[in-house]
Design a protein around this ligand. Structure first.
Ligand SMILES: Cc1ncc(C[n+]2csc(CCOP(=O)(O)OP(=O)(O)O)c2C)c(N)n1
Length: 370
């Protein structure tokens, strides 16, 4: 294993002083170290956003920035990697550090298996050279030396794939939360209030907690579409369903996911979709991958939704205000949004859905037709 500090020191020796990206669970210890030590560190809304900011930094400084991401973010980054940083376009050098979920031969969740299988082939297709980070610090040093030689020679991005368990643990200095309810506690009240409505839940622990809650209550999972991948697209999926069916459709979202593709909020606001209801659990962090801050911690997502054309918006920060807001959300005409301020963290023993994505889809489609 490599200590995040030792790896960070190697990067500094290569004069890397600008870090940006979207956090990943495999990279959480490295991201945590960067969070506490780097002077220039910016957690982006999505991976394309990170490549864009890093490009601007290079244009202004001539230096080589670092962009970190989970391989799920490869898709978000492809457009700027091909039409901005590529040597046939502007030729902008940068180091990509990529968490390799779903590495072939390593057991992982269904949403990561396909992405893991094609990650290196996608870099090949884009003409981006890559290497897998060795777990020995001397070998990691040699790997970085090669990466920087190639980056400087080709004036192109270079990717380093990071396997599960490469970095030693690093604990961040935690910031106290101003809220009292956990996501799981808030979710219980929300699920009570939405009753038989259709639910589309977001990537990460929200969907895992929803799945466990249904199990605990011996309720069917059929009404829940658990968007295990495609972070940031749950609200778009919910909109597509709500436009087609005469049923109440709720999207359970996270603040990181809301920000990732916030353009969809304007699109939702542009539709007079009365049966669309959006609940955003705002803990100010990417809780599911290690608790790194999002840019939403000081924003009012409810105000953003209102300005984007949602018919009604509500906020809640504790049990009393949540119960009151849920009543109003259920009885109002959408599109409507409820932003719930919650505290970060989840149960240590939180499980994962035991049904496959295709089982989930089949049961869900049958439920929608009832
Ligand atoms: C495109 C993409 N980038 C990154 C990830 C990794 N990832 C999974 S969940 C998550 C955090 C989600 O944060 P938020 O929506 O705020 O929900 P929370 O975990 O705080 O409940 C991230 C970054 C991903 N799945 N997909």
């Amino acid at each position: 294993m490599i200590s995040p500090e030792a790896f960070y020191t190697l990067l500094v020796e290569h004069e890397v002083d600008f870090f940006t990206g979207v956090p990943d669970s495999l990279l959480k210890d490295f991201c945590g170290y960067v969070q506490d030590h780097a002077a220039h560190h910016l957690i982006a809304a999505n991976e394309g956003n990170a490549v864009g900011v890093a490009s601007g930094y290079h244009l202004a400084s001539g230096k080589i920035p670092l962009v970190y991401m989970q391989n799920s973010g490869q898709g978000n980054a492809i457009n700027p990697l091909l039409s901005l940083t590529d040597s046939e376009v502007y030729s902008i050098p940068m180091l990509l550090i990529v968490g390799w979920r779903g590495e072939p031969g390593v057991s992982d969740e269904p949403q990561h298996v396909k992405q893991g299988k094609v990650t290196s082939a996608v870099f090949d297709a884009m003409g981006i050279s890559y290497a897998v980070l060795p777990e020995d610090i001397k070998e990691a040093q040699a790997c970085l030396d090669t990466a920087f030689l190639v980056i400087k020679e080709k004036q192109m991005p270079y990717a380093i794939l990071v396997r599960n368990g490469t970095f030693d643990a690093y604990s961040n200095i935690a910031n106290p939360s101003e809220h009292s309810l956990s996501r799981e506690e808030a979710l219980r009240f929300v699920v009570d209030a939405v009753g038989d409505a259709v639910v589309v839940s977001t990537t990460g622990k929200t969907s895992r907690e929803l799945f466990e809650l249904r199990e605990e209550r011996k309720e069917s999972h059929a009404r829940d579409f658990l968007t295990v991948g495609s972070m940031g697209h749950a609200s778009s999926i919910a909109l597509g369903i709500a436009l087609e069916l005469n049923k109440e459709v709720y999207c359970f979202d996270g603040d990181g996911a809301f920000l990732m593709h916030m353009g969809s909020v304007a699109v939702i606001g542009s539709q007079s979709c009365k049966n669309f209801k959006h609940v955003v659990f705002n803990n100010g962090v990417h809780d599911s991958v290690g608790g790194q801050p999002t840019a939403a911690s000081d924003l009012s997502l409810a105000s953003i939704a209102k300005d984007c054309g949602y018919a009604q918006v509500f906020t809640a920060t504790d049990e009393k205000s949540l119960k009151a807001a849920l009543g109003k959300l259920a009885s109002c005409e959408g599109p409507a949004l409820l932003e719930v301020g919650i505290t970060p963290g989840a149960r240590k023993d939180l499980g994962r859905p035991t049904t496959s994505p295709q089982e989930n889809k089949k049961a869900f489609m049958e439920f929608l037709q009832k």
